[in-house]
Design a protein around this ligand. Structure first.
Ligand code: TYD
Ligand code: MG
Length: 457
């Protein structure tokens, strides 16, 4: 029988303490310490043995002498999923997929699992019964792989199932529901999550079998049991989007085997998730005539350019305090931009309600969208529609200047490809352009006034 030890652990950052403390000295969080009982053999391996020179199995090698072998990757038969992983699932890697409840994490991994022809997969779910998984798989598609499912919450049992099925890939849904017998604390607590993740990591590295973990996200948008888990795994993929819209974005937040700029878009329909290969076509509305309050932005999310429609509605405030609300765009930044047009371009919006919506429920981080937000707001305010074939990109500064943006050539190319006739870009970017003869008219602007003059005459 091993010793039982009780420690207090910060549920946010994983710091340990012998007694309860109100505020974590390590991450500054209040009231985050809970008592957890650690019940295991005295960990003698962590002590440095006296005869350590004889204990090592590995020998340090000069870096020039290390023979680099390309990581072997498994094709997941989903081109978008492969891309976000950096070109496929690396053998022996531990991948974490995080996302809010109901966003479609289980659907995504099950779909990938079912499509992997010729592969044997073990899907261990601590959340759903095999019956529920079967019902879900019936909605998605006929399995092409050899996919074994089991409803299991014990880590030790999962290892037994792995031994019995000999899978090529292991999926655990979710890390917060499984627990190991070596620790007494409840599933989902930070020690359980950490211990289970470490055990699965060790398994993946020793056998070369990749393990995909699903992780929950808490209210602040962090993966529960957060930083500790992110440090352990090789890759963290974030699955996001608004549950009420169809689009879901999968992005890499951390990737030891690839770029974190990659992103994939999926559409949730009745038969699972469909890969969206050309996002621009979906994000632009197909209305025949031009409508006021709509501006198209040539944005880049991750590494891919796409054109996004920004919609604005400006109306006279019915109550004393005007409302400012936006979906998919930071409201504080919206307020700032509105202040800029009040001050620099002389439009009076103080008594108006302003609503902003980014089509498709996307959240756009690219600052180039500023210009189209302002253009949409003015278009709605003046009730003058912007030409349907015009798009724009530019960050707006506090003094009303249009600031340069990254990768302009890529944006122009995408706009050209989709048949736009005119693109408005910052002057600085225009000067840097190497390719000046384009089929699309390029308008360069220095200040927001220049852009508005071009758009609204
Ligand atoms: P799910 O994968 O269970 O989410 P998570 O594992 O992230 O909690 O997906 C839940 C939602 O997806 C649910 O509201 C139903 C919807 N859905 C579809 O719209 N179509 C489908 O084919 C499937 C399987 C699910
Ligand atoms: Mg799920």
């Amino acid at each position: 029988m091993g010793k039982t030890k009780s420690v207090f652990i910060c549920q946010k950052c994983g710091a340990e303490s012998a007694k309860w403390i109100g505020r974590c000295p390590s991450c500054g969080e209040w009231n985050s310490y809970t008592e957890e009982i650690i019940h295991k053999e005295q960990n003698s391996t962590t002590k440095i043995p006296h005869n350590y020179s004889e204990q090592t199995k590995q020998k340090p090698v000069l870096i020039e002498q290390v023979v680099a072998t390309d990581e072997k990757r498994i094709d997941t038969s989903s081109s978008e999923f492969n891309r976000v992983l950096g070109g496929g699932l690396v053998k022996g890697s531990l991948v974490l997929i995080g996302g809010e409840p109901g966003i479609g994490k289980s659907t995504l991994v099950l779909q990938v699992a079912l499509r992997m022809k010729g592969k044997r997969i073990l899907y261990a779910s601590g959340e759903e019964s095999t019956n529920q998984i079967k019902m879900r798989s019936d909605r998605i598609q006929q399995p092409e792989s050899e996919c074994y499912v089991v409803s299991e919450t014990s880590l030790e049992q999962i290892f037994v199932h792995i031994k019995n099925t000999q899978p090529d890939i292991v999926i655990v849904d979710s890390i917060q529901t499984i627990s190991t017998e070596t620790i007494d604390s409840s599933p989902g607590s930070i020690t359980q999550v950490r211990e289970c993740a470490i055990a699965l990591l060790r398994f993946a590295k020793e056998t070369g079998i990749p393990v995909i973990l699903i992780g929950h996200i808490n209210k602040d948008g962090n993966i529960a049991g957060p930083k500790v888990l992110e440090h352990i795994v090789d890759t963290v993929l974030q699955f996001e989007g608004d549950r009420h819209y169809m689009y879901r974005i999968l992005r890499a937040n951390k990737n030891r085997f690839g770029s974190t700029d990659e992103l994939a878009i999926f559409e949730m329909n009745n038969y699972g998730l469909r890969e969206v290969v050309n996002p621009s076509e979906l994000l632009l509305s197909h209305a025949q005539e031009a409508l006021s309050g709509i501006a198209v932005s040539a944005a880049i999310e991750g590494v891919r350019p796409f054109l996004i429609e920004v919609q604005a509605l400006v109306s006279t405030a019915a109550y004393g305090t005007p409302q400012r609300s936006s979906t998919g765009f930071d409201t504080r930044r919206l307020n700032m931009l509105l202040a800029v047009i009040e001050k620099r371009a002389g439009f009076k919006l103080a008594q108006k309600d302003v609503f902003i919506n980014i089509a498709g429920g996307l959240k756009v981080n690219d600052p180039c969208i500023d210009l189209s937000i302002l253009a949409a707001v003015l278009s709605s305010n003046l009730d003058i529609a912007i030409e349907k074939s015009t798009c724009m990109a530019g960050e707006v500064g506090l003094s009303g200047e249009i600031r340069p943006i990254s990768r302009i050539e890529q944006r122009i190319k995408e706009a050209e490809k989709l048949g736009f006739n005119k693109i408005i870009i910052p002057e600085y970017n225009f000067k840097q352009l190497t390719r000046k003869e384009t089929t699309i008219e390029i308008v360069n602007v220095k200040r927001i006034e220049d852009a508005f003059r071009n758009l609204f005459g």
